[in-house]
Design a protein around this ligand. Structure first.
Ligand SMILES: Nc1ncnc2c1ncn2[C@@H]1O[C@H](COP(=O)(O)OP(=O)(O)O)[C@@H](O)[C@H]1O
Ligand SMILES: [Mg+2]
Length: 247
């Protein structure tokens, strides 16, 4: 598989007024790699992902999605990017299939019906012809993920995408992530639920107050900290990070 990163973030800094949400953040994700962008609420994860989608102007730094600057070449970058976030509203008056046709029309998808049928099977959505108004959280979230995958993106971004899901839906999504990996899709898996990331990520970056305080494979971070799991490793790294800030 190609070693050319699908996405690159270099020296990203984003400020909101006096508040620096992301400070000099750099990371890259290779094809077929699942990168966990981890950290507590407010760490700067969503801000980073919004910058990758070209939705905000970085104060400093450069971004690349499939070779494109998401701000300057937004249409090209968007064609390569699929994004699934928690609690994205869906059109209640449509069926899931109608909604996917509607979103699919935004892209030039050669066989949209076939692609929807494929995702219906992979994401286990036998309910696609029922109205969205009748869906549970997990059913809605699977439609959201299908939407993000309609145009076969080279980079899939999950932003807290498994929040509020039942066990079955969550396992279906984790299984899907493993399959995407095999297809060479790069995945950014952003969550504050570290135990979940541990199971699915090849490499993780841990954000704390907008700074990357550690990066590596899960086994590397465990051996660096002597911790038994990623949650405990995070606590050790955050404590260490705090010391460095004070020093
Ligand atoms: N549009 C905005 N205006 C002002 N502050 C914001 C805005 N978006 C995010 N922030 C602040 O930036 C920080 C990082 O937020 P966010 O990226 O949403 O964190 P995370 O996704 O890791 O929970 C937080 O302190 C948040 O309050
Ligand atoms: Mg967030």
């Amino acid at each position: 598989m190609s070693r050319i990163p699908v996405t690159r973030v270099q020296g990203l800094t984003v400020r909101f007024g006096d508040k620096t949400a992301v400070k000099n953040l750099s990371f890259e994700v290779l094809p077929g790699e699942v990168y966990g962008l981890l950290g507590p609420n407010g760490a700067g994860k969503t801000t980073t992902l919004r910058a990758l989608a070209g939705l905000l102007e970085p104060d400093q730094g450069t971004l690349e999605v499939a070779g494109y600057d998401p701000k300057k070449s937004r249409p090209d970058a968007l064609r390569a990017l699929g994004m699934a976030m928690a609690n994205t509203p869906l059109p209640e008056a449509m069926t899931g299939r109608e909604a996917l046709r509607y979103y699919g029309a935004f892209y030039e998808i050669p066989d949209l019906e076939g692609r929807i049928a494929y995702l219906e099977a992979v994401l286990d959505m036998p309910y696609l012809d029922q109205p969205i108004a009748e869906y549970s959280t997990g059913m809605r979230q699977r439609v959201n993920v299908a939407r993000a995958l309609l145009h076969k993106p080279r980079l899939l971004v999950f932003d807290e995408a498994t929040n509020g899901l039942d066990v079955k839906s969550r396992l279906a999504l984790l299984e899907l992530v493993r399959n995407l990996k095999e297809e060479g899709v790069a995945v950014i898996y952003s969550t504050h639920v570290l135990a979940e990331a541990e199971a699915v990520c090849d490499r993780v970056g841990i954000l704390e107050e907008g700074r990357l305080i550690a990066e590596g494979t899960v086994p590397e971070l465990l051996s660096r900290t002597g911790a038994a799991n990623l949650e405990l490793a995070y606590l050790a790294l955050a404590a260490q990070g705090a010391k460095e800030v004070r020093a």
